[in-house]
Design a protein around this ligand. Sequence first.
Ligand code: S3P
Length: 444
Amino acid sequence: MVATPERWIHAAAQPSSQEVTVICGRDKSLTHRAVMFASLASGFSRIHQPLLGADCLSTMDCFRALGVRIETLSPTCVGVISRGFRSFQSPTRDLDCGNSGTTARLMLGILAAQKDLRCRLVGDESLSQRPMRRVVDPLRKMGAEIQGAEQGNFLPLSIRGQLLHPEAIHVDKASAQVKSALILAGLFCEGDTTVTLPTGSRDHSEKLLMRMGAQLQRTQREGLEEIRIHGPFAPLAGEFHIPVDPSSAAFFAVLGLLRSQGVINIPHVLSNPTRIGFLRVLQRMSGALETAEESDLKQTMIEPVFRIRLRGGMALHPTHILPRDVPTLVDEIPILAVAAAFADGPSRFEGLEELRVKESDRLTKTAELLSLAGAEVKIEGDALLIAGGLREVQAFRFDSVGDHRLAMAAAILARLAKKPCCILDAECVRVSFPDFYEVLDTIV
Ligand code: S3P
């Protein structure tokens, strides 16, 4: 058993009343997709300000094993040189997705469609326990050959690339990973692939493909969205400028509201509505949050950005999160739960069953974190009930079990405690926000 490095987080000093600017990490979902589309394109692409977190490095490593050249051109720019997807070679080693569900699921859509290519996808202990049939089953309907334990539900998965055929697929979850895997597979099919699923999940794959000129139609009705992609389509090489990750900014947004005074500013945050459900919740909880569009960056960034401004020292109201809200804030539940613990009344978060199959059972672990800190919390089916009214955070020792979002939520909570708190496996933040603790230390 490997020892899990612990990290002590010390309480923040009395916050300064000055305005501080917090530079958060770049977007994980967009970096994955930029690497993927640049690797599928023939030619030279540059990814500016990519997130060099462990998850995105796993995606880059997979494409290198397929023969794509991916090189660091400067500390803030990665170059991708590819001869296009038709020249991918069968790798001589396993494709290691590490901890990254996005890498594993989206790569399945790409790899299954590479005729004659053979490979095996592997991942770390957490990823090897996460369900893959949500992607494997619909890909099999399109003709994919994928083998693995429990009918292909778990990594390692062996893939024998095929010429896939287009299908009309219904997905019962609002999952961007599943939707994107099928759209990616559809790029290689002759004809129209359609994917129908409940609305709300992030739409970066669709937006990027439309920007590149793919024939992709989107329609919505009665809580369902339909995406129709006409293949074959080869993405174009080009320039990808990555904005700040709203899921990373969320930790500092909540800290900004919970501090006793002072103002936190977070610039260049991706403002895609499918990603900022947490801001809509925080806006309902507090009047101390403003956003301002950064239209000067509109031409450069691959999606629009805004600046978020948060003032500490104001009361937080309780909130009710409904199942239909969850896809737009699925990664922000742990940090929103931290905010709700301080609200002046009980909050209820519903429809959280997906949290049980994230990097850990995040529903149970979020409840554990809050109760260790002295908050009153209960799980009822797939709902989280948080009593609110937390005045003083108890010193705690919390095992993040290697889940980056739990470690960061715990660190924010620890900053609000009077005594030092300990986080186990704290370095897992490298998955999505490698300099998280350094950034946290800049805020007094
Ligand atoms: C992601 C989609 C989300 C999210 C994950 C990244 C993506 O998962 O939780 O961190 O980049 O497509 P699902 O939408 O599949 O639940």
